[in-house]
Write a protein that binds this ligand. Structure first.
Ligand code: DSN
Length: 421
């Protein structure tokens, strides 16, 4: 086996100590804090190794076997492996693995089917949806006639009757499912039928739960949707990036929309890394991780509830939950800062029908993929939930000191990477 001599950490420390120091600082942060941001995870050393390669040098506009540049024989192999693995894992007829991010995958997928001014229907950001599902601040709200659906105020669950009524009235060309902060199962069959009734394309943005699908711990949207977009760095635990899965009939339109529609040269180092991550997602270990992630989320929700917090919709079916902090009288903004102080990382998050402004918010979003990757199981998850509740209810210096010490002890046993300092 050849030695990867291009990976010269000592050289980087010497030539650019400021950047090297910041990188080490981030690795140290990841190692010593409890990571509960639902969209984050820790890539394996193999995934990271594939990223740091000279494949970043290669232009490869086009697709395997049909490139606009010479010298693509090796990057073709890499991209073909990524495509084949993605198709196998999700049972997809076609996979495009070139999208740089979830937002660019969504843009490319939308524009394969709709044009500016057309009507699209997606979940509102304030209800758990994503910016790119039609919010006015994103291209999706600016270029399309974007209308939205939410959750019912009583149950905090998606109201499929509301979606059906809106779809019949507004006749969207695109119906979007998927969210950044929805903890419950989706009724993909109902949404497919609604889309079919009104002649809309049915797109699922599976960014958040795609890793659970890969591990058999979540329904597979590929069985229902015309097109599925997904990031590769969240529950799927690969490099930062995205992909698009679709039926064969849409393959040419999707490929054309990604390149040359929305992107130029694909990031071949990232595609190599995606291929490695997809290989990992095909293992039995990954199945165990995916199921444990959901179990841990459920344990976290139960423990937080028993500590007096309120979980939006009463629980979770996936890797995340929204915690309503009003029972303990703190805002999301305060909770995020207070938890960060003791080494627990979460993000403030609006809850449905939130009376607070988004930058303050009444809730936090808590996710379990990263702690599960570090090996935490039910016992540790219960401990983490108790620590969260303790600090939210009592921010005395004495309590914060005790919780910080427990966080330190836990992260000394459950950390993603070898110690760096
Ligand atoms: N920003 C991501 C998240 O945190 O859910 C979505 O793109």
């Amino acid at each position: 086996m050849s030695d990867p001599r291009w990976l010269d950490w000592a050289g980087l420390e010497k030539s650019d100590p400021k950047v090297a120091e910041a990188i080490l600082g981030e690795v140290n942060r990841e190692n010593t804090k409890i990571e509960l941001i639902a969209s984050e995870n820790f890539s394996s050393p193999a995934v990271l190794a594939a990223l740091g390669t000279p494949l970043t040098n290669k232009y490869a506009e086009g697709y395997p076997g049909k490139r606009y540049y010479g010298g693509c024989e090796y990057v073709d192999v890499v991209e073909e492996i990524a495509i084949e693995r993605a198709k196998q894992i999700f049972g997809a007829e076609h996979a495009n693995v070139q999208s740089h991010s979830g937002a660019s995958a969504n843009a490319a997928a939308y524009f394969a089917f709709v044009k500016p001014g057309d009507t699209i229907l997606g979940m509102a950001l304030a209800m758990g949806g994503h910016l790119t599902h039609g919010h006015f601040a994103s291209f999706s709200g600016q270029l399309f006639n974007a209308i939205s659906y939410g959750v019912s105020e009583d149950t905090e669950l998606i109201d499929y009757d509301e979606i059906r009524d809106k779809a019949k009235k507004e006749r969207p060309k695109l119906l979007i499912a998927g969210a950044s902060a929805y903890p419950r199962k989706w009724d993909f069959a109902a949404l497919r039928d609604i889309a079919k009734d009104v002649g809309a394309i049915f797109l699922v943005d599976a960014a958040h739960f795609i890793g659970l699908v890969a591990g058999g711990a979540h329904d597979n949207p590929v069985e229902y949707a015309d097109v599925v977009t997904a990031t590769t760095h969240k529950t799927l635990r690969g490099p930062r990036g995205a992909m698009i899965l679709c039926k064969e009939e849409h393959a040419a339109a999707i490929d054309k929309s990604v390149f040359p529609g929305w992107q130029g040269g694909p990031m071949m180092h990232s595609i190599a890394s995606k291929a490695v991550a997809f290989g990992e997602a095909q293992t039995d270990d990954f199945k165990v991780y995916a199921h444990q992630t959901v179990t841990n989320a459920q344990v976290m929700a139960e423990t937080l509830t028993s500590e007096g917090l309120r979980i939006v919709s009463g629980g979770t079916d996936n890797h995340l939950m929204l915690v309503d902090l009003r029972p303990v009288g703190v805002t999301g903004k305060v909770a995020e800062a207070r938890l960060d102080d003791v080494g627990i990382t979460v993000n403030k998050n609006a809850i449905p029908y939130d009376p607070e402004k988004p930058f303050v918010a009444s809730g936090i979003r808590v996710g379990t993929p990263a702690i599960t990757t570090c090996g935490m199981k039910e016992e540790e998850t219960r401990q983490v939930a108790t620590l969260i509740a303790t600090v939210l209810k009592d921010d005395s210096d004495e309590t914060k000191k005790r919780v910080s010490a427990e966080v330190k002890e836990l992260t000394s046993r459950f950390r993603p990477y070898p110690e760096v300092r």
